[in-house]
Design a protein around this ligand. Structure first.
Ligand code: ATP
Length: 323
């Protein structure tokens, strides 16, 4: 390959910038002559908002959150005719392959693009949700977990001072990876995820016993946002019915920003460089991810057709560590 392009798509995640840097530097240092950055994900691809990047363009971004290429959701890209136009734009610019950094939706777009048009694509898992099948980890997950923990440690101070129960809603789309890791690491009294059933009653009995015995009865319940936007309010209502007076805190977009952690910078840099290696080795239609500490390739078809399972044994630890 002499000329490739890259884009970031879907929700931004901390570590997208070091991934961009990894791709650009590895490509230019491996004999690829031109690397193009596409602005705003697939939106910038179909409007040809495409600019050459140099080694200098990615200076001083390794520590920055967000994505220097910007990200967007582009519904038109779900149409085959639009993807054909996108491929033509790449061909017109003599761009021979595309690296896509994003979540599962972005991988679906990348897979269809190569299947229909023959443009080689490599995907990188850029999402805080850690919900990409075949990869143990995703770029941004570690930072998002640490950001949520920082916030919950502060909420815990108030929970303890006022002997209150707090419901803290974290991100994660339809999966409970962030909630589980955050819940274990903040010592939550209960973790609620879309994957597994939960029981409010037991927690309320414990809190009531603690109150009756003169101990403080504060607590943190971590809830994964899930598909249902009203879930957290409904749980609060159920808790009120059970005699509690919970406060709700929705962490929201705070979790997506911020300087990437050391772990995410390392992961993003290695995956960015590896995406280029896989491309130069002739791979196509794959995601470059990580499994048991090793960089691996996973067919995009598999990535988009499967669902990553939240390990039941790990989830059960959320209930095993209570007083
Ligand atoms: P995150 O998990 O962080 O939200 P994501 O990549 O899953 O990231 P989506 O909004 O689902 O985010 O997808 C990003 C973009 O990928 C969409 O706006 C669209 O341009 C493209 N895309 C998503 N699904 C498809 C699909 N089925 N076919 C073609 N393109 C798609």
């Amino acid at each position: 390959y002499k000329s490739i392009a890259l884009l970031t798509s879907g929700g931004d995640s901390p570590g997208m910038n070091p991934a961009i840097r990894g791709v650009v530097r590895a490509a230019l240092n491996s004999g690829i002559e031109s690397v193009y950055g596409i602005q705003r994900g697939y939106s910038g691809l179909i409007t040809a908002d495409i600019h050459k990047l140099t080694s200098r363009s990615v200076t001083n971004i390794i520590q920055r959150g967000g994505t220097m290429l910007k990200s967007a959701r582009c519904l038109e890209f779900k149409e085959p005719a639009i993807r054909a136009q996108a491929a033509q734009i790449l061909r017109d610019k003599n761009i021979e392959a595309l690296i896509v950094i994003g979540g599962d939706g972005s991988m679906a777009g990348a897979h269809l693009l190569t299947e229909e048009t023959g443009i080689p694509v490599i995907g990188l898992p850029g999402t805080i949700d850690n919900d990409i099948p075949g990869s143990d980890d995703t770029i941004g997950f570690d930072t998002a977990v640490n950001t949520a923990l920082d916030a919950i440690d502060k909420i815990r101070d108030t929970a303890l001072s006022h002997e209150r129960l707090f419901l803290v809603e974290v991100m994660g789309r339809n999966s409970g990876f962030i909630a589980t890791q955050v819940g274990i690491a903040c010592g939550a009294e209960l973790v609620i995820v879309p994957e597994y059933a939960f029981d409010l009653h037991d927690l309320c009995v414990t809190l009531a016993q603690q109150r009756a015995s003169g101990q403080g009865s504060s607590g943190i319940i971590v809830i994964a946002e899930g598909k249902d936007p009203g879930l957290t309010s409904r749980i609060a209502y159920q808790l009120e019915e059970l005699g509690q007076d919970p406060k709700i805190c929705i962490l929201g977009h705070i979790q997506r920003g911020g300087s990437p952690s050391g772990h995410d910078r390392m992961l993003a840099s290695c995956l960015g460089a590896s995406a280029v290696h896989y491309l130069l080795a002739g791979f196509n239609d794959i995601l470059v991810g990580v499994r048991q500490g090793t960089i691996v390739d996973i067919p995009l078809r598999k990535v988009i057709s499967e669902k990553k399972i939240l390990d039941r044994n790990i989830f059960d630890i959320t209930t095993l560590l209570h007083k």
